[in-house]
Design a protein. Structure first.
Length: 514
């Protein structure tokens, strides 16, 4: 289903809050139904999905992480057996979870609670009283002393009762931890024992599972011991006898408290690394299912062209319908002004550029036979919508969007901005749109960024004479046997044709040539 973009066969994407203020998330269809996340994400745990989403929505690239991710994804790509087994184990752990069971978020919250609580003083007193009780009983049995053990035993019970609140819930807590970690151990132990290749990036990435002092198996054995001891609360008779003789529950409550402090840091690291691994497996699966995709080359600014791609296509368009394009941008500060008829492919081309940059900086493969780019921040104004709750019209929402883009361009930053604008100032009349667009293009030309801007206003193509950094490109269509045929091929120069009247006429609307 993922190979053929059969959305009915891909698990539904969970609903989530949409961030309309994100610089490109909505415009490039990164999240939501039929989105890039919907297509790529195969994570079983929410943490894996969140990690992948954070990579894809990163406002600025982390070049070191990008390069490491790319190496790991390339290494994971052929390891379909490893990825499938990991996903299956994760799926089974989730399938065995009931509504009353803790999840990982609940466990992590519990680990951070009451971390300063200590039972050592109470335990020392109770163990001392327990020893005195046993000694006095033995002395009484052998006829050496009177039954003074009765007094010491009463004192023991008073002290034990005073501290009984400290052991409240010990069985439920240890039971939930043991149950959750026993399920999750299928994943942890698989990673701990998997024979990764020596000197591989993947072995180094998973090395925290192989440390003998802090390996998952060591901690899982410890919690199993605590849970087994605490489970004696189910046997009323044995529980009474043991706690009468020694402070059994309180001792294991102290062990659980000490284990909590140790496990908090370890589990957070195990989980974070596992969530990253799930996200990497999603990208690797995406690459494996699409062998024609390639891994981009991230270059330093000044080394070569800032952006160049061959056979660039959109991952959310079926392969049999996809038309690819070549594009080369020679310097920072350039603006590509794209004109073209309705439905000719301008918006899709802008999204194609953006979504492939997003994939590239996440460390994944891109839909191209070759892509080379410097690190860019990304900003777009493509799918701008009005906001009734905020009282914003479409035009004002677009103005605010472009203002944010202009601020990002002015911001001193190590990485230039790659900005995409579709149908600039579409929400106003022709005269003011032309004036506003001209001023905007003159302002951003030569700035620290690369702009791809589409428009219906053919008058703007004349700015190529006044703005050295601006070049004209276009998409066009042909009419064959009374029907329009779109090539979706990027060509140099301004668009020589328009088709709005033709579309209206074809749909039966009245069209009169004055």
């Amino acid at each position: 289903a993922r190979m053929q973009l059969n959305w009915e066969g891909i698990p539904e994407y969970p609903p989530e809050h949409e961030n309309r203020e994100h610089p490109f998330g909505r415009d490039l269809n990164i999240t939501g139904p039929h989105s890039l996340m919907h297509l790529v994400d195969i994570s079983i745990y929410r943490g894996g999905s969140e990690t992948l989403k954070n990579w894809l929505l990163a406002i600025e690239p982390d070049v070191e992480r990008t390069k490491q991710n790319q190496l790991l994804v390339e290494e994971l790509k052929p390891l379909a057996h490893f990825r499938d087994r990991l996903m299956l184990r994760a799926k089974l752990t989730r399938a065995r979870q009931s509504e009353k069971d803790w999840d990982m978020d609940t466990l992590q919250r519990w680990l951070k609670q009451n971390r300063e609580k200590s039972y050592r003083k109470s335990l020392a007193l109770l163990w001392g009283l327990s020893g005195i009780n046993i000694l006095l009983v033995l002395l009484y049995v052998f006829g050496i002393l009177n039954p003074w053990f009765i007094l010491s035993f009463l004192i023991y019970l008073l002290v034990y009762n005073y501290n009984s609140g400290k052991i409240k819930g010990i069985f439920d807590e240890s039971y939930q931890i043991d149950k959750l970690l026993r399920r999750f151990s299928a994943i942890l132990l698989y990673l701990e024992n998997f024979p990764f290749k020596e000197q591989s990036e993947l072995k180094a990435f998973c090395s925290l599972y192989h440390n003998n002092d802090s390996s998952p198996s060591r901690y899982l054995r410890k919690i199993a011991l605590i849970a087994s001891a605490a489970s004696l609360q189910k046997n009323d008779l044995l529980w009474i006898v043991l706690n009468t003789l020694v402070p059994w529950d309180l001792s294991f409550a102290e062990l659980l408290n000490r284990y909590k402090r140790e496990l908090d840091e370890k589990l957070s690291r195990w989980l974070d690394r596992f969530y990253e691994l799930e996200a990497l497996c999603s990208l690797a699966n995406f690459a494996w299912l699409n062998p024609g995709y390639t891994f981009p080359e991230i270059v330093d600014p000044g080394e070569s062209l800032p952006f160049e791609a061959t056979d660039l296509g959109h991952p959310l368009i079926p392969h049999q319908e996809r038309v690819t394009n070549d594009i080369s941008i020679s310097e920072i500060g350039s603006i590509l002004l794209i004109t073209g008829s309705n439905m000719s492919g301008k918006s899709t081309f802008l999204r194609t550029l953006g979504v492939n940059l997003v994939l590239a900086f996440a460390g994944g493969p891109v839909v191209a036979s070759r892509l080379q780019t410097v690190p860019f921040r990304i900003y777009s104004s493509i799918n701008v919508v009005d906001s009734l709750d905020a009282g914003l019209s479409h035009f004002y929402a677009e103005v605010k969007r472009l203002r944010g883009m202009l601020d990002a361009l002015r911001q001193p930053h190590a990485y230039p901005l790659f900005y995409l604008v579709d149908e600039i100032f579409r929400g106003t009349n022709n005269r003011e749109r032309l004036i506003g667009s001209t001023s905007f293009l003159k302002k951003v030309a030569g700035s620290r960024g690369i702009g791809i801007i589409s428009t219906h206003d053919l008058e703007l193509t004349e700015l190529e004479q006044d703005i050295p950094k601006l070049t004209n490109w276009h998409f066009e269509e042909t009419i064959k046997e009374g029907k329009m045929h779109f090539e979706y091929r990027l060509k140099p120069g301004p668009c020589p044709t328009t088709n709005a009247l033709r579309i209206m006429e074809m749909e039966g609307l009245p069209v009169e040539d004055s």
